[in-house]
Design a protein around this ligand. Structure first.
Ligand SMILES: [Zn+2]
Length: 348
């Protein structure tokens, strides 16, 4: 007997959509082993030249103050790497306008910190970084916070999530019963003393997450509108705060009755984001202070968006250096002082 296995008629072939193949990038293309990384940036000169290459295309310095492209090279106390702008008369270096500005930590150490934040899936603690690069924990924490600020700014580029978007909220914080008597809030159990984070993930694409002060109808709707395009199809669980969300379509899965997939509707992708965040919290950081938790969340979002392993390492480092240009670098004093009335860090 003859079986018609895998034979497709010519007509069918012509009507079949052609699959667009993504160019395959091997691990060799997209990342750099640690040993090679250290070898490549063994001196301050090499680190500076590398940053100049990734920040300024064609290695042509651009004045960060006025955008002038024809600048002169100069020296300060015999040290190279300074540029003078004939247009505005200001002197600048590769550090000016980036997260490295006004820091005495060598660029080799800064690049190592960026490398670790980018390549460690669950992040790196300030204590570990301090031991690795030989600085105090205070300095390494400050460096990591500045890197997280750069991760934050890459989120603010107006890239709204589109098509099918999954949204979900999660609570972070220790249980009341495990806290020391002096730290117990004594306001009940459940979500007391915890921080709520509302996240959204485009299916197969980007992710965004914001710390929210409550899970009210208004707060949830406003936060989702800030992250998701109005034409999107939203997938959520059955929580009452999602009722009437202003998007083209809204599908629900009922977690209360153990329904996790309902046709196209599921929130599995956003839940996998929470899973990574929780692993980082439990295994690396142990504690996110309420004041700084948004910065940690942004670090994780950055790694899942611009920092993911199918993006070239150069591009990932560039995302950190270039996007921090628009705002003044954060000082240590300012970092400690930037607390709002609600206990959260004020927006950058
Ligand atoms: Zn200038």
């Amino acid at each position: 007997m003859w079986y018609n296995i895998g034979v497709v008629s010519q007509e069918k072939v012509e009507t079949m959509p052609t699959k667009v193949k993504k160019p395959f990038l091997s691990v060799k293309d997209t990342t750099m082993p640690y040993v090679e990384f250290v070898k490549s940036f063994s001196t301050e000169f090499k680190a500076r030249r590398y940053l100049e290459k990734v920040r300024w295309s064609d290695n042509k310095p651009i004045c960060p103050h006025c955008g002038h492209t024809h600048v002169w090279t100069t020296k300060r106390n015999g040290v190279k790497g300074y540029y003078e702008c004939p247009n505005c008369g200001k002197v600048f270096t590769i550090r000016t306008g980036t997260i490295f500005e006004r820091s005495h930590v060598p660029l080799t150490k800064w690049l190592y910190a960026c490398y670790k934040v980018i390549t460690s899936r669950k992040g790196i603690s300030s204590i570990q970084l301090a031991l690795d690069i030989g600085v105090t924990q205070k300095t390494s924490w400050f460096m990591l916070q500045r890197i997280r600020m750069a991760c934050t700014q890459t989120m603010d580029v107006g890239k709204m999530l589109k098509n099918i978007v999954e949204a979900d909220a999660v609570y972070f914080g220790g249980k009341e019963k495990n806290k020391h008597e002096s730290k117990k809030l004594k306001k009940g159990r459940g979500t007391v003393g915890k921080v709520a984070i509302l996240g959204a993930k485009e299916r197969g694409g980007r992710v965004g997450a914001k710390v929210i002060l409550d899970t009210s109808h208004e707060t949830v709707h406003d936060t989702l509108k800030g992250m998701i395009d109005g034409t999107a199809t939203l997938m959520t669980d059955e929580h009452a705060s999602y009722v009437g969300v202003p998007f083209a379509n809204h599908n629900i899965v009922r977690h209360a009755v153990k329904e996790f997939v309902n046709g196209m509707a599921s929130t599995n992708e956003i839940e996998s984001v929470w899973s990574i965040l929780k692993r980082g919290w439990v295994g690396i950081y142990h504690h996110f202070s309420q004041k700084h938790i948004q910065l940690y969340v942004n670090e994780f979002c950055f790694r899942l968006n611009e920092g993911k392993c199918d993006v070239k390492l150069d591009e990932r480092i560039k995302s950190m250096c270039v996007f921090s240009l628009k705002k003044k670098p954060l000082s240590y004093k300012a970092l400690l002082a930037r607390e709002g009335d609600n206990g959260l860090m004020r927006a950058a």
